[in-house]
Design a protein around this ligand. Structure first.
Ligand code: TYM
Length: 351
């Protein structure tokens, strides 16, 4: 495959509060990757509206959630000056390329997407067409920057496979035109998902078989980045466990999803391996472990929480970060989209 300049892209939806799953599965990686790549981090407001209006909350709540997620990015350690932070709807090229991809992706591919099935639930007839086509927009988000690496949690893996399929099909279907316009043998990279570490799938604190999610009706199922120390401690204390002591070896976590989850959370927060954590806590009671976990979670999350509060109190600053990020994002996306116009035969592509 042709060489592409390494670039990281990832996105997060502004629907409700960010939780520990978003933080450990994605945000922590976003922060780390800044040292090695040029990164683009996007608050995906166009994705948020694919669900029912009462789920994303309507215009006022969307604007607030967009600022909240931006604040969380910055508070967690993303540097919006060195890298790019913006909201998706400010860069029209996302939606434009998504339309082209609607015509590249096949119905059969989208029919296999498990997240659509989960989100649409039983009443598929009533789901928006945007929810069905959502993975095409996600592919456009990534490929409009020719991003080579995408950090995400486990639940996005299938969408990234689809992104690779779309890039491949575009490169194949238009190979002759791509070459003719001087773009070599492939226009889009085959993006690498970055899914690793002990917390790629953080589970609900109430049920170890369910993913921690914004949409769970029980607030005790998740730790929100906006929770204060007392609430975090309370949620961890009440987290479901089983009656056995913690095992000393990783194999002992098999068939014990709640224990596995809490140990994974500890390891991810501490930047240690699961084996190492079990070496320290194995054989002990959950109550002791939970006490240490609560302390660690508060130590890591309290400063982020405080910084988020400070930032959201200044929406003017947040909006200026997003506007500046959008300008810089557009400067990358526009020529990529112009190339697509030329490749497709749309008149007026070169500007
Ligand atoms: P979203 O907004 O649902 O989640 C944002 C990120 O958090 C991760 N995540 C989790 N990781 C571990 N455990 C969990 N329980 C958990 N819950 C969520 C997600 O995997 C994700 O990385 N479609 C995407 C947003 C998106 C995107 C993109 C991502 C739009 N365009 C382009 C990457 C590239 C989504 O809904 O994520």
């Amino acid at each position: 495959m042709a060489d592409f300049e390494p670039r990281v892209f990832s996105g997060m939806q502004p629907t409700g509060n960010l939780h520990l799953g978003n933080y450990l599965g994605a945000l922590v990686r976003f922060v780390e990757l800044q040292a090695h790549y040029n990164c683009i981090y996007c608050v995906v407001d166009l994705h948020a509206i694919t669900q029912a209006v009462d789920v994303w909350g309507g215009p006022k709540e969307l604007a607030q959630s967009t600022r909240d997620v931006t604040a969380a990015f910055i508070a967690a350690g993303i540097d919006p000056k060195k890298h790019i932070v913006f909201n998706q709807s400010q860069v029209a090229e996302h939606a434009e390329l998504a339309w082209v991809f609607n015509c590249v992706a096949r119905m059969g591919w989208l029919n296999r997407m498990t997240q659509f099935k989960e989100k649409a639930g039983k009443d598929k007839e009533n789901a928006s067409t945007g929810l069905f086509a959502y993975p095409n927009l996600m592919a456009a988000d990534i490929l409009v920057y020719k991003a080579t690496h995408v950090p995400v949690g486990e639940d996005q893996k299938q969408h990234l496979e689809l992104t690779r399929d779309i890039a491949q099909k575009f490169n194949n279907d238009f190979a002759a035109s791509i070459a003719e316009h001087g773009f070599g043998e492939a226009y889009f990279p085959i993006t690498e998902p970055l899914i690793s570490g002990p917390a790629t799938r953080v589970m609900s604190l109430r049920d170890g078989s369910k993913k921690m999610s914004k949409s769970d009706p029980s607030d005790y199922s998740r730790i929100n980045l906006t929770d204060d120390g007392d609430l975090i401690a309370q949620k961890i204390r009440k987290a479901r466990t089983d009656p056995e002591p913690l095992p000393s070896e990783k194999a002992g976590l098999e068939g014990r999803p709640e224990a596995d989850n809490l140990v994974g959370i500890y390891a991810a927060l501490a930047g240690r391996t699961v084996e190492d954590v079990l070496g320290e806590f194995g054989g002990g009671q959950f109550s002791t472990f939970k006490g240490s976990l609560a302390e660690l979670a508060i130590e890591k999350l309290a400063p982020i929480n405080a910084e988020m509060r400070r930032l959201v109190a200044d929406p003017g600053y947040i909006d200026s970060v997003l506007a500046d990020g959008a300008d810089r994002a557009r400067a990358i996306a526009a020529p990529v989209m112009n190339g697509v116009r030329d490749i497709m035969g749309f008149i007026g592509g070169k500007k």
